[in-house]
Write a protein that binds this ligand. Structure first.
Ligand code: ZN
Ligand code: ZN
Ligand code: ZN
Length: 379
């Protein structure tokens, strides 16, 4: 019923990747790293536009601080690479080659090498034979990549907007009563929402939490065989990846008029979420977002029932830096993309959460989700 649609996507161009590699080199300069090695994981498509399958064969982007970048790749995978010759040179290796030796032959032994978190351990172990740790200091690739990855550029913000708009269309269908709830299991509704995320343009569904009544008191409840009935408060938290970037939204609907206690709590939650968004401005700290939302919930008398941080960064990964949590004094910068998702969870009774993705800009928070924030009553 929900055919996967193929649509034209505006892919980032060479200029975008050139700019990202240039910024990576500037970060290497600042942190005194002279070689960056990036293998499977999302740093590679971020820098090159190429997403490697997590195979046993080595794929590695070799970025010296001074000097040309090289993408070392199994010959059979090379045809899948969209080349950006001004960004990197493609170096295919054959089945009988030693790809780690090839990497080591490309550059002089580095003093400090930054290694991507998700490189297979075996490649690092083999690299240590060429560049022992008494002469080369190894640091995590995040030293170079974290700040870049947190600050979304124009191409990334438009990808997040497109993914957010697609998730919004599914949330609109939920609020319009187009997704049948009463009489179905949580699992069936979760499958329905997943199909709709794909139909609206996502390439993959990352999660579709559907939690009814008392089940919603567990924030990451796994949709199960519980049948949804009239009177339930139903929490739906779903998202996927579209053209490499993630969506993530939570809306609750009430099947019938909510209990006064639920309506009162939702009013508090709604105000808390808005306060969290309003606090997410350039120059504030990440923890200020958490504090702003939490203050409203505490003042409303539900403080004991808000049991998680207020938000997480989002981009190529569904959860990434920066985290909106007490103790994170990182200043919010233009381009930081994150969720604001306070919740109230009363064990054994009900749970509710309200979540949007926002991007901090110099003109204030930019909403990636614009769907009605009210507790919509269905039936
Ligand atoms: Zn979560
Ligand atoms: Zn979510
Ligand atoms: Zn989230």
């Amino acid at each position: 019923m929900y055919a996967r649609m193929t649509r034209m996507r505006v892919a980032p161009d060479s200029r975008t990747f050139l700019d990202r590699v240039r910024r990576a080199r500037a970060a290497m300069e600042r942190s005194d790293v002279d070689l960056l090695l990036v293998s499977v994981g999302s740093d590679l498509p971020y820098l090159t536009g190429y997403e490697a399958m997590p195979l046993e064969r080595l794929t590695m982007l070799v970025v010296p601080r001074d000097g040309a970048a090289t993408l070392v790749i199994p010959r059979l995978e090379a045809p899948r690479v969209h080349e950006h010759p001004d960004v990197f040179t493609l170096l295919p290796w054959n089945e009988t080659d030693d790809p780690v030796a090839l990497v080591a032959s490309l550059v002089d032994r580095p003093r400090v090498a930054a290694v991507g978190d998700t490189m297979w351990a075996r490649f690092l172990v083999e690299l240590l034979v060429h560049w022992p740790s008494d002469t080369t200091r190894y640091v995590r690739g995040t030293v170079v990549m974290n700040e870049l990855r947190m600050r979304k550029d124009v191409a990334e913000i438009s990808a997040l907007q497109a993914a957010g708009a697609a998730a919004d269309r599914v949330a609109t269908q939920l609020q319009a009563g187009e997704i049948k709830l009463v009489g179905r299991t949580e699992a069936a509704v979760s499958a329905d929402i997943s199909a709709r995320l794909l139909a609206e343009g996502h390439d993959v569904v990352n999660f579709a939490i559907v939690a009814a009544g008392e089940n919603a008191a567990s924030p990451h409840h796994h949709a199960g065989e519980r049948v949804i009935v009239e009177g339930d408060l139903v929490l739906c938290d779903f998202g996927g990846t579209m053209a490499g970037y993630c969506s993530d939204i939570t809306r609750c609907v009430s099947l019938g008029e909510p209990q006064p206690e639920v309506a009162e709590a939702y009013a508090v939650l709604h105000a808390a979420q808005a306060a969290g968004v309003a606090a997410g401005v350039v120059g504030a700290n990440c923890q200020d977002v958490d504090r702003a939302a939490r203050r409203v919930i505490n003042d409303g008398g539900f403080g004991d029932y808000f049991i998680h941080r207020t938000g997480h960064g989002i981009g190529m990964e569904a959860h990434e830096d920066p985290y909106m949590v007490e103790g994170n004094s990182l200043p919010i910068a233009a381009g930081h993309a994150f969720s604001v998702e306070p919740g109230i969870y009363v064990p054994g009774k009900w749970g509710m959460r309200l979540e949007d993705i926002v991007v901090a800009t110099d003109d204030g928070p930019l909403a990636m989700n614009r769907v009605n924030h009210d507790l919509v009553v269905l039936g």
